[in-house]
Design a protein around this ligand. Structure first.
Ligand SMILES: *Cc1c(COP(=O)(O)O)cnc(C)c1O
Length: 388
C-alpha cells in the first residue's frame, strides 16, 4: 500500500501502539469472562475495573459513573431514549441543528413516535444562540442534548454554561463529547452535566467501544436487558479487549493532552495559513476562537469537495468533505447549511482533521498539492465565469 497522509481523524483514528500492546493479552491467553468466579476470569475483572478508573480520571468523575457501551452512537441513543423512558410525561427534546447523526437521526425517529423535537439554530460562525436555547426549555422538556465540539468544523460549544442553564430548570442535560474528549480538558465533577458520550475509535482506541458517563443519581432506563453486567445497566458480556484499550487510550490522552494538543494546533494553523495564502477564494468555516486544536474546515468556492478529495486521494492524502453523496445527488453538509454557508462554498468544503501522528513535512506536502488541485478544478468549474 502507498504511504498515506492521514488527515481524517474526526472520522476515525489509528489505534496507538501502547493501546494495542495493552489489549493484546486479552485477545489471546487472558480470555476469561470477567463475571466468572474463578481466578482466571477474576483477573480480567480487575483489569476492567482499572480501565473504568482510567476513563474516570480523564473525565474527572467517579469510576461507578462510567457505563461501557459499543460505540458513541449507542451512548447517544442510551442517553436520550434512557432519559425519555424515565420521564413518560415529558414529550419534548431540545437539541441543535448541527448535531452528529447519532443524535439527530435518533431525534427524528422519536419525532415519528410522537415526541416533539426543538432544534436550536447557530449563526454564521456556528455559534449557538443561548437565549434561543433558554426560550425553548419548558415543563414538557425531558432532555437537552448539545454536542461539546462539532465533528465537521471543530466549533466548541459552551456546554458547561448550557448545562447550568438547563439544570436550573430541572431538566436532564446530555452532551455528545465524542470529539472533545482528549482534545480539551474536561472536569465533570465541577460541571452540571448529567450524561456524556464518548467513543474509543476517535481517541486512538479501536472501533466497537464507547462510554456513557452517567452522573450518580441520574435516572436512566435500560434497553439492553440481560445479565448483571455494568451494574445491570447494560446486559451482555463486556467487550473486554476494547474496554481495556479504551482505558489505556484515556490514560495516554490525560498524560499527554497539553503538550500534544499544542503541537497539533501548531500544525493545523500552519496548514490553514498555507492553504489560505496560496489558494484564492477560500475561507475557514466555524468559530476560529473556540475550536478544537486539530480541525480545519475550509471552503473552496466554485468547486466540489468530492472532486478535491478524489485528487488528494491520488497522492494518498486522506481528508473528508462536508457533503455526502446520497443517491447520486450531492447534499451539502447539514452543519454548513445551518450556518448559512452559501451553496457554492458549502459544496466545496474540505475538513482536515489532524492527530499527534501528523508531521510538519506532511503539512508541507498537503499545501503543495492543494494549489494545483484547486487551480485545475476551477478551470473546469461551470461556476467560474472569467478567472482574472
Ligand atoms: C464519530 C462520532 C459519533 C459516533 O461515534 P461511533 O463510535 O462511530 O458510533 C458521535 N458523535 C460525534 C460528534 C462523532 O464525531
Amino acid at each position: 500500500m502507498q504511504n498515506i497522509i492521514y488527515m481524517d481523524n474526526n472520522a476515525t483514528t489509528c489505534v496507538a501502539e501502547e493501546v494495542i500492546e495493552e489489549m493484546m493479552p486479552y485477545l489471546s491467553e487472558k480470555y476469561g469472562n470477567p463475571s466468572s468466579m474463578h481466578t482466571f476470569g477474576g483477573q480480567v475483572g480487575k483489569k476492567l475495573a482499572q480501565a473504568r478508573e482510567r476513563v474516570a480520571a480523564l473525565l474527572g468523575c467517579e469510576p461507578d459513573e462510567i457505563l461501557f457501551t459499543s460505540c458513541g452512537t449507542e451512548s447517544d441513543n442510551t442517553a436520550i431514549k434512557g432519559t425519555l423512558a424515565m420521564y413518560p410525561n415529558r414529550r419534548k427534546i431540545v437539541t441543535t441543528r448541527v448535531e452528529h447523526p447519532a443524535v439527530l437521526t435518533t431525534c427524528r425517529d422519536l419525532e415519528r413516535h410522537g415526541y416533539s423535537i426543538s432544534e436550536v439554530s447557530v449563526d454564521r460562525q456556528g455559534k449557538l444562540d443561548l437565549d434561543e436555547l433558554g426560550f425553548r426549555l419548558d415543563d414538557n422538556t425531558a432532555i437537552v442534548s448539545v454536542m461539546w465540539a462539532n465533528n465537521e468544523t471543530g466549533t466548541i460549544f459552551p456546554v458547561e454554561e448550557i448545562a447550568d442553564l438547563v439544570k436550573a430548570r430541572g431538566i436532564v442535560f446530555h452532551t455528545d463529547a465524542v470529539q472533545a474528549v482528549g482534545k480539551i480538558p474536561i472536569n465533570l465533577k465541577e460541571s452540571s452535566i448529567d450524561l456524556l458520550s464518548l467513543s474509543g475509535h476517535k481517541l486512538h482506541a479501536p472501533k466497537g467501544v464507547g462510554v456513557l458517563y452517567v452522573r450518580r443519581g441520574t435516572r436512566l432506563g435500560t434497553f439492553m436487558h440481560g445479565g448483571h453486567q455494568e451494574s445491570g445497566r447494560r446486559g451482555g458480556t463486556e467487550n473486554v479487549p476494547g474496554i481495556i484499550a479504551m482505558g489505556k487510550a484515556c490514560e495516554r490522552a490525560l498524560q499527554n493532552m497539553t503538550e500534544e494538543n499544542s503541537r497539533v494546533k501548531a500544525l493545523r494553523d500552519k496548514l490553514e495559513k498555507g492553504i489560505l495564502a496560496s489558494c484564492p477564494d477560500c475561507f475557514v468555516n466555524g468559530d476560529t476562537h473556540n475550536r478544537l486544536p486539530n480541525t480545519s474546515n475550509i471552503s473552496f468556492e466554485y468547486i466540489e469537495g468530492e472532486s478535491i478529495l478524489m485528487l488528494l486521494d491520488q497522492f494518498g492524502i486522506c481528508a473528508s468533505s462536508g457533503s455526502a453523496c446520497t443517491s447520486g445527488s450531492l447534499e451539502p453538509s447539514h452543519v454548513l447549511r445551518a450556518m448559512g454557508v452559501p451553496f457554492t462554498a458549502a459544496h466545496g468544503s474540505i475538513r482536515y482533521s489532524l492527530s499527534r501522528y501528523n508531521t510538519d513535512q506532511e503539512i508541507d506536502v498537503v499545501v503543495e498539492k492543494m494549489v494545483p488541485i484547486v487551480n485545475r478544478l476551477r478551470e473546469l468549474s461551470p461556476f467560474v465565469k472569467t478567472s482574472p
